[in-house]
Ligand binder design. Structure first.
Ligand SMILES: [Mn+2]
Length: 327
């Protein structure tokens, strides 16, 4: 079947849903073109189907495919920020990285290598995981491209700054501690958003603070509201190169049941999207969305949330590259 696509501004866009129903055909993210179908992509979406770093429920290796499948209803115009992200920038789906499921160290190296390769031409990378282990090699690549440590906004129920599990240093609960140790984060400008739930002890928070992390808890979002939080985050980060990592478990299990380590009392998908939109114009150098585990999802609730988060991340980056980039 011929793919009939929307073309706007010389950019090859999604398959035209007025001519080919959204549920038909093989699914790329938002039915965008594959990387090999465009001359050059400004923004590349890549899957990393890897979940060997999980500590509880496995299954995030199927997240990349699930988020793509749940993104068929994404439309080309984003009214919340008044831009058409796929017409402003050429966006393409680069497929999945093939990484070793039996060797975490080798997988981490492969992810870093692939991320560097995909950004060699100056493209921005938006990654769909996979478990949170993948954030470490993605941050390594991002800081290398940025020419130094990057600021980080980490949306998650958890801190992910623990030290080891069963002696393992590289897991989905440790990427940001490793990243601080490696000196790839600008510790003047790193923050968790949406954390909650029980910890092993108070020391978890003391360690985290010592690494330089600020914390906006899920309760803070409730009591202070999105606007105040966005203002604080913007003040703290300024125009530094900023990496955004979104663990879907930042959302309440009501909004994202399909994930590996759910915690009650999370923020809503509306709050998450509004916080992201508040980051408009910031110097975003890369982003990931991780920990979607479709075996625990129902009616694509988690997949749809993740696909929309991805859409707003793409919108921010597209706007930054070719739009007004203004708040
Ligand atoms: Mn996480």
């Amino acid at each position: 079947m011929e793919e009939i696509r929307i073309e706007e501004n010389g950019k090859l866009g999604p398959i035209n849903a007025a001519l080919i129903p959204r549920y038909a055909g093989a699914g790329t993210y938002a039915r965008l073109p594959r990387l090999d179908q465009v001359e050059k992509a400004d923004i590349k979406i890549v899957g990393v189907p890897f979940d060997t770093g999980v500590s509880y429920r496995p299954g995030a290796r199927f997240g990349s495919t699930h988020v793509r499948e749940s993104s068929r209803l994404i439309r080309p115009y984003n009214p919340a920020v008044d831009i058409s992200p796929f017409a402003l920038s050429q966006v393409a789906d680069a497929g999945d990285m093939a990484v070793n499921p039996f060797n975490i160290n080798e997988a981490i190296e492969a992810i870093e290598h692939n991320a560097l390769e995909l950004t060699e031409d100056g493209a921005s990378l938006v990654t769909i995981g996979g478990d949170h282990t993948i954030a470490l090699p993605l941050l390594r690549a991002a800081s290398q491209r940025a020419g130094g440590p990057v600021a980080l906004l980490h949306f998650d129920a958890h801190l992910d700054t623990w030290d080891t599990y069963f002696g393992a240093e590289y897991t989905h609960g440790t990427p940001f501690r490793r990243a601080v140790e490696e000196g790839i984060l600008d510790t003047e400008a790193i923050s968790h958003v949406g954390t909650r739930g029980p910890l092993y002890g108070k020391k978890d928070l003391e360690d985290d603070k010592r690494f330089g992390f600020g914390i906006v808890t899920s309760s803070d979002v409730y009591y202070q509201g999105v606007r105040e939080i966005v203002d604080k985050l913007r003040d703290r980060i300024g125009n530094r190169p900023l990496y955004i990592s979104v663990d879907i478990d930042v959302l309440d299990p009501a909004h994202a049941p399909g994930t590996g380590t759910p915690e009650a009392g999370g923020i809503t998908s509306r709050e998450l999207l509004e916080i992201l939109r508040g980051l408009r114009g910031m110097n975003i150098v890369g982003a990931d969305i991780v920990e979607v585990a479709p075996a625990y999802d129902h009616a694509e609730i988690t997949g749809v949330a993740a696909s929309h988060v991805t859409y707003d991340l793409i919108s921010l980056i597209s706007d930054l590259r070719h739009g007004k980039g203004m708040k």
